[in-house]
Design a protein around this ligand. Structure first.
Ligand code: ZN
Length: 281
């Protein structure tokens, strides 16, 4: 093992390794890939992941009766399998208008990035007999090759005004509870950007399909009846569900929200690598 590491160090530092790779690979994109394999231990990557998805929420009409309402969205991200982690990168281009937005946007991007990465990073790992691969999430606020475009607003959102493509900046003219809410809502909206639907205001069938448990027996499900007595169900222990009870903060990321990374890694592991399973990190 020690000798192996010494060889890797040699490969990385030997004068001539990089010029040789560049000479062998005339295409700049191939050069970048080879240097990432050398420097980051990159084993595989895939860009352009994601696509259209939709969800059906129970939305009350004027008479207070739930009407199943379809909300469409499109996910977009890329995955990079490094020896030290499986990295999900999402590039988000946020633009907005008005002084209240512009004065607070740069600071809000830093808050959103910190909150999203703190909530999603290294909560779970992919594991087999040989390796533990932590799941890492990398949010870049950039206009370059963005996976998502978001419009920033200021003030207090009214549902469903804050959603995957409309975020609210940390506006000091609003109260602390609102600021905490909009700063942390990005954690939930990020979940949509990588393909996760909402886990609130769901019919029994949609709850069962989305969460994987029947809401009538799920201790984390709350039921809210409409005026006709039909229940909708919300999960209160999930980043994609309702707020944590007694707070205006999203709940935790659950395994089902990162299951797509297990599927991807098992399709992209080396032929001799045993299958990975998802576990708490
Ligand atoms: Zn949502």
């Amino acid at each position: 093992m020690t000798r192996w590491r010494a060889e890797l160090t040699t490969a990385k530092t030997l004068p001539g390794t990089r010029p040789m790779l560049i000479a062998l690979l005339p295409a700049p994109a191939d050069q970048v890939t080879a240097l990432r394999m050398l420097d980051q231990g990159m084993l595989d990557e895939q860009t352009g992941l994601g696509g259209p998805w939709s969800e059906t929420l129970q939305v009350a009409n004027g008479a207070g009766v739930y009407v199943p309402t379809v909300f469409p969205a499109t996910s977009g991200y890329e995955l990079e399998y490094q020896r030290t982690g499986l990295v999900c990168t999402v590039r988000i281009n946020v633009t907005g208008a008005g002084a209240a937005v512009n004065n607070n946007l740069a600071r809000s991007k830093q808050i959103w990035e910190g909150n999203i990465e703190r909530a999603w990073n290294r909560r779970y790992k992919l594991t087999n007999a040989n390796h533990d691969i932590p799941l890492i999430f990398n949010v870049n606020f950039t206009s370059s090759s963005a996976h998502h475009n978001v419009t920033a607003h200021a003030g207090v959102p009214v549902w469903p005004g804050l959603n995957m493509t409309n975020w609210f900046v940390d506006d000091p003219s609003t109260n602390r509870a609102n600021r905490d809410y909009v700063n942390n809502a990005a954690i939930h909206e990020f979940g949509h950007m990588i393909g996760n639907p909402d886990e609130y205001q769901l019919s029994q069938a949609h709850y069962t399909a989305t969460v994987g448990t029947n809401p009538t027996t799920d201790p984390n499900a709350t039921a809210t009846p409409d005026t006709a007595g039909t229940n909708s169900y919300t999960n209160t222990n999930s980043v994609m569900g309702g707020q944590l009870p007694g707070t205006n903060l999203p709940g935790p990321v659950q395994m089902r929200h990162v299951q797509f990374m297990t599927t991807w890694l098992n399709a992209h592991r080396n032929a001799t690598e045993p299958a990975f399973t998802l576990a708490t990190a």
